[in-house]
Design a protein around this ligand. Structure first.
Ligand code: FPP
Length: 240
């Protein structure tokens, strides 16, 4: 189903809180349900041959939430990385992280380092978890790394172009082909700004816990019906 035209899908997993509130439950129940949805979606993605899946797990701005919710999410991340993601690793998924390390709890950082280490030789697909992440902040980190290489002479002025600059981002990933945002809002919310530059955007009313592998399949089918010209013209189709 998937070929070289589609390498990278990114998901803004929004709507967990509303999903829980609509059921008279605590917001944490929505995050738990969202984590189960993520496991299903990542499993399906690797099964259909997707190479890269990026997910927005926690933005730098999410630290503004209540201490209770932040702590719940951090504990949930640890549980996912130390236990629940084991099935994804068995499927050959490599886990990588984008985002700032500063400000994260030591036990969260340990769980992150551990799953990166355990999955580093997997090569079926890559799951990029954006945690304590902001897109503008990632671009600044990349500029700082680039500046170091310029100063040390490792690269020369003019040597890096818009494609090779990605090596300075938190992870050197292919451009995002499809961005999916669940939960009704139609915005990018500081997510993977450099990598999104030509993504097809899908904004769904569905709240993330209700997002299904079938919905992902429908989006992929729609994507394959879209003509992508990257600012140019498809000369085979055009007569003038
Ligand atoms: C946004 O919904 C969701 C989050 C801030 C957390 C996303 C986390 C998960 C899906 C858990 C599993 C993730 C990993 C990587 C293990 P919201 O709380 O803003 O929902 P709302 O807009 O309805 O309030």
């Amino acid at each position: 189903m998937i070929d070289d035209k589609l390498k990278h899908i990114a998901i803004i997993m929004d709507g967990n809180g509303r999903w829980a509130e609509a059921r008279g439950k605590k917001r944490s129940a929505g995050h738990k349900a969202g984590s189960e949805t993520l496991e299903k979606i990542a499993t399906h993605a690797v099964d259909i041959g997707l190479k890269y899946l990026s997910v927005y797990a926690f933005s730098t701005d999410n630290f503004k939430r209540s201490e209770e919710e932040v702590n719940y999410l951090m504990d949930l991340f640890i549980e996912m990385f130390t236990k629940n993601f084991e099935k994804l690793l068995d499927k050959g998924i490599k886990v990588v992280f984008s985002g700032a390390k500063e400000g994260l709890r030591a036990d969260v950082l340990n769980a992150m380092d551990d799953i990166v280490e355990r999955s580093k030789n997997n090569n079926k697909a890559t799951l990029n978890v954006c945690l304590n992440y902001g897109g503008r902040e990632e671009i600044i980190r990349a500029c700082e790394r680039y500046h170091e290489d310029l100063v040390s002479g490792k690269v020369k002025k003019g040597e890096i172009n818009r494609d090779t600059f990605t090596r300075y981002l938190d992870n050197d990933l292919p451009p995002i082909d499809i961005l999916i945002r669940t939960g009704k809002e139609k915005r990018v919310s500081n997510f993977m700004l450099y990598e999104l530059y030509y993504a097809e955007m899908y904004f769904l009313d569905t709240l993330f816990p209700d997002f299904t592998p079938e919905m992902l399949d429908d989006i992929i089918a729609d994507f394959y019906g879209v003509e992508r010209r990257f600012g140019g013209i498809n000369y085979e189709k055009s007569s003038s």
